[in-house]
Design a protein around this ligand. Structure first.
Ligand SMILES: NC(=O)C1=CN([C@@H]2O[C@H](COP(=O)(O)OP(=O)(O)OC[C@H]3O[C@@H](n4cnc5c(N)ncnc54)[C@H](O)[C@@H]3O)[C@@H](O)[C@H]2O)C=CC1
Ligand SMILES: NCC(=O)COP(=O)(O)O
Length: 350
C-alpha cells in the first residue's frame, strides 16, 4: 500500500481545530499519513481529552521521520511555531492569531517541498490573524485568498462538497454590498469552468451544472435586477467556449433562481451549482451536511481541502466538537492525492 502524506494545519489554538484534527487523524484511512502542524502541547492535550493514546502522537522533524511513521501513528511537525503559553479556549490573543497563520504557511511548505501530497486546513479566525500584527497577516480574509497570493495562482475558486451538493462560488470573502460589481462575466465563467473540472475529477464525465441567479426570481425579466443579463448569461457563454476549447463536455443551465438550483441539485437533477456569493452556497451546504461538508480550493498548484465550519469558540475544549468535517476533508484530500489525474484536473498554473 502506497501511503500519502497529508499536512494538516490545525487552525486556531483557541478553537476546536486542534481537537478535530487529532480525532480525524486518529481515524483516518490507513493510506493517509497525517502530519499535524500546530502547537505540540495543545495537540497532546487535545489527544488526552479525546482519549487518544499519547503514544500515537510522534514528533517528527524531517521528511525521513515522516516516512518512518508507523500505521496508526500521527505525526506532529516538530519545527512548527510553538506557543509560549497555552492558548485560552474561546479567546485567541495576538500570539494565537500569529501562530495559526504560521502553521498554514508551514504546512504549505511541506507540500511545496514535496514532503506532503496535500494540504488540509483547520479552522482559523480571519479576525485573529488580521489583527495579530504578524508579518503578512494584515488584510487576511481567508485561506483561499492567502494561498492564491502566496502561490501566485492565476485563478482560484472556492468550492464546497456536502452530502448531495457540490457548489463553486463566483465571489468569496467580501461585503455583500460589493458582490454585484464582482459578479462579472469572467468571474462567472471561471467558476463554471473549475466546477466542471472538479466534478470531472470526481468521476462525472459530462456534469450537469446549474448556474444560480444573483437576484430574486433570476431578476424577474430585469424588474428585480440586471446582472443575470449583463454578467451571468455572458459568463455561461464564455465558460462553454473555454470548456469546449479544453475538450470538456458539460451541460450548463441558467441563470436559475438560486432556491431552485440548490433544491433541484439536492434532488439529483444537477451535479453542481455555481453560486454567486458566499452564503448563497454555504447555507444549503450546511443545511444538508453541517459538520461533514468539505471546502476545496480549485486552481491552486497544490491540493487543498478544509473543514467547512469555523473555529467554534463557544464549544472549544468542551469535547462537543464534531470531527466529521475534518475527517471528510482528509478523505477528499486523500482521494485527490492518490490519483495524479484527479489532482491535475483541479490544479491550476501559477
Ligand atoms: N475553515 C475556516 O477556516 C473557517 C473559518 N471560519 C471562521 O470561524 C470563526 C467563527 O465563525 P462562525 O461563523 O461563528 O462559525 P462556526 O462554524 O465557528 O460556529 C457556528 C456554530 O456552529 C458550531 N460548530 C462549528 N463547528 C462545529 C463542529 N465541528 N461541531 C459542532 N459544532 C460546531 C459552533 O459551536 C457555533 O455554535 C470566524 O472567525 C470565521 O472567519 C468560518 C468558517 C470556516
Ligand atoms: N465559509 C468558508 C470560509 O470562510 C473559509 O474560507 P477559507 O479560509 O477556506 O478561504
Amino acid at each position: 500500500m502506497k501511503r500519502q502524506t497529508i499536512a494538516v494545519s490545525v487552525g486556531c489554538p483557541s478553537g476546536i481545530g486542534p481537537e478535530v484534527a487529532v480525532h480525524a487523524a486518529a481515524n483516518a484511512d490507513a493510506e493517509a499519513r497525517c502530519v499535524l502542524v500546530g502547537d505540540t502541547e495543545t495537540l497532546r492535550r487535545a489527544a488526552h481529552d479525546g482519549k487518544i493514546a499519547a503514544s500515537r502522537l510522534r514528533v517528527v522533524a524531517s521528511a525521513q521521520e515522516i516516512e518512518a511513521l508507523a500505521l496508526g501513528e500521527i505525526g506532529v511537525w516538530g519545527p512548527s511555531t510553538q506557543l509560549a503559553a497555552p492558548a485560552q479556549p474561546g479567546a485567541p490573543d495576538r500570539k494565537a492569531g500569529a501562530a495559526q497563520l504560521a502553521w498554514v504557511n508551514e504546512a504549505l511548505a511541506l507540500v511545496q517541498d514535496g514532503t506532503a501530497a496535500a494540504l488540509v486546513t483547520g479552522p482559523v479566525s480571519k479576525l485573529a490573524i488580521a489583527t495579530s500584527g504578524a508579518p503578512g497577516a494584515k488584510g487576511f480574509s481567508g485561506h483561499t485568498e492567502h494561498l492564491a497570493a502566496r502561490l501566485g495562482a492565476r485563478e482560484v475558486v472556492m468550492a464546497f462538497r456536502a452530502a448531495n451538493i457540490t457548489t463553486a462560488l463566483v465571489t468569496t470573502h467580501l461585503p455583500l454590498a460589493e458582490v454585484p460589481a464582482a459578479v462579472t462575466p469572467d468571474a462567472v465563467a471561471t467558476s463554471c469552468y473549475w466546477l466542471v473540472r472538479l466534478l470531472r475529477s470526481l468521476g462525472m464525465e459530462a456534469p450537469r451544472v446549474a448556474v444560480a441567479a444573483l437576484n430574486p426570481h433570476a431578476g424577474e425579466g430585469g424588474m428585480l435586477g440586471i446582472e443575470e443579463e449583463t454578467s451571468i448569461k455572458p459568463g455561461i457563454e464564455r465558460a462553454n467556449e473555454r470548456l469546449a476549447a479544453d475538450g470538456f463536455f458539460a451541460q450548463l443551465s441558467g441563470p436559475l433562481g438560486a432556491e431552485t438550483a440548490f433544491r433541484k441539485q439536492a434532488a439529483g437533477a444537477f451535479d453542481g451549482v455555481v453560486a454567486m456569493y458566499h452564503d448563497q452556497a454555504t447555507i444549503p451546504c450546511k443545511l444538508v451536511g453541517f459538520g461533514e461538508a468539505v471546502n476545496v480550493t480549485l486552481g491552486l498548484p497544490v491540493i487543498r481541502t478544509s473543514v467547512d465550519h469555523g473555529t467554534g469558540y463557544d464549544i472549544a475544549g468542551t469535547g462537543k466538537a464534531d470531527p466529521r468535517g475534518m475527517e471528510s476533508a482528509l478523505a477528499l484530500a486523500l482521494t485527490l492525492a492518490k490519483v495524479r489525474g484527479r489532482a491535475s484536473l483541479i490544479a491550476g498554473a501559477s
